[in-house]
Design a protein around this ligand. Structure first.
Ligand code: BDR
Ligand code: CA
Length: 324
């Protein structure tokens, strides 16, 4: 089992990513860190606790992180994810689980003080990673892999014409991490996550296969589905964050190219990933930019794990119901 730390801002799709990561037999989630993003960070931490309660995995430690971006004022995505970050489901916490005393950045900086076999998958703004990197400039060289959901290459942005939310929310953190991590950033951005649309048919399928998990999925995505219909006339919802988890497990799921990438921090291009694919600047590559994804393979893995199903059953049903 490969060890991962997940930095996240739950968030509806972050929650689906946590379900996938914690249930997947190939990886061990050794810690979860939270950052402000979709919702204020304390709400995000509560949502992680709700997820761990659901999975009966309260043993996984949570480290709460940044309350605000490095320089910009904090703008949440509660219009997309609901005031509670979970689609206005207002699920109650029943345990006395809390986050650890240490903050996320200090925890990450100390964890990667020496070389180890742990990877980081970041599903929110990169504020915690940037703060940790300020404490420990060598941390990138000490981690196994670094995968980030964020940015976009050719696809349009989702909160400006050119910028994706995680990097737009804290562009200074994203720019700092791309500049200083010293580790190849595996960027799973909108070019590939836009292909991952959870449809009403799939949600209904989940309810039929596993009423408890399916019901939870239906409840937390309702608000998100309505948002997608109103904004983009998409029937269903784009679930960005489970893709980097599935890609971490099976890197054949996404294909891309290596390049030097910088992030703009100001003005109308704030948060844009400027990908120097044709090497104008002759800088060493700091990223792998994902451009292609096998969405059917993704859903096969996602549904098999979430629904505790046989992969052959899921495969046949995906085909028959023309899902994915
Ligand atoms: C990203 O922003 C958030 O709304 C999602 O959780 C995802 O991490 C997509 O732009
Ligand atoms: Ca997220």
């Amino acid at each position: 089992m490969r060890k991962v730390m997940i930095d996240c801002d739950p968030g509806i799709d972050d929650t689906l990513a946590l379900l996938l990561a914690i249930k997947a037999p190939e990886i061990e989630v050794v810690a979860i860190t939270t950052v402000c993003g979709n919702a204020p960070v304390d709400i995000g931490t509560q949502n992680v606790i709700k997820c761990l309660e659901r999975l009966d995995r309260l043993d996984i430690p949570i480290y709460q992180g940044a309350k605000q971006p490095l320089k910009q004022p904090f703008i949440s995505a509660q219009d997309t994810h609901g005031m509670d970050g979970l689609g206005e489901t207002n699920i109650q916490i029943t345990s006395n689980k809390t986050s650890e005393a240490q903050d996320a950045a200090t925890f990450l900086a100390h964890t990667f003080a020496q070389k180890n076999d742990v990877s980081v998958i970041a599903l929110g703004p990169l504020t915690n990673i940037a703060l940790a990197l300020q404490i420990n400039p060598d941390m990138g060289q000490h981690m196994d892999r670094f995968v980030s959901m964020g940015g976009t290459y050719k696809s349009h942005g989702n909160c400006s014409p050119v910028a994706e939310y995680n990097y737009w929310c804290d562009p200074d953190a994203a720019a700092f991490v791309f500049d200083k991590l010293g580790k190849q950033i595996e960027m799973v951005g909108l070019d590939v996550t836009r292909e991952i649309v959870l449809t009403p048919t799939m949600i209904e399928y989940c309810c039929q296969m596993d009423p408890d998990t399916g019901g939870f999925l239906r409840d937390i995505t309702r608000f998100y589905v309505d948002f997608h219909w109103q904004q983009e006339r998409i029937l269903g919802c784009v679930i960005n964050d489970p893709l980097p988890i599935a890609y971490f497990i099976d890197d054949d799921l996404c294909q891309g190219f290596t390049s030097y990438t910088a992030v703009e921090t100001q003005g109308i291009s704030r948060g844009q990933t400027v990908v120097d694919r044709y090497d104008f600047w002759q800088n060493a590559a700091n990223s792998t930019i994902m451009t292609d994804v096998d969405a059917r393979q993704f859903f096969k893995k996602f549904l098999t794990v979430l629904l505790n199903a046989q992969k052959e059953t899921i495969e046949t049903d995906l085909e028959k119901l023309q899902m994915g």
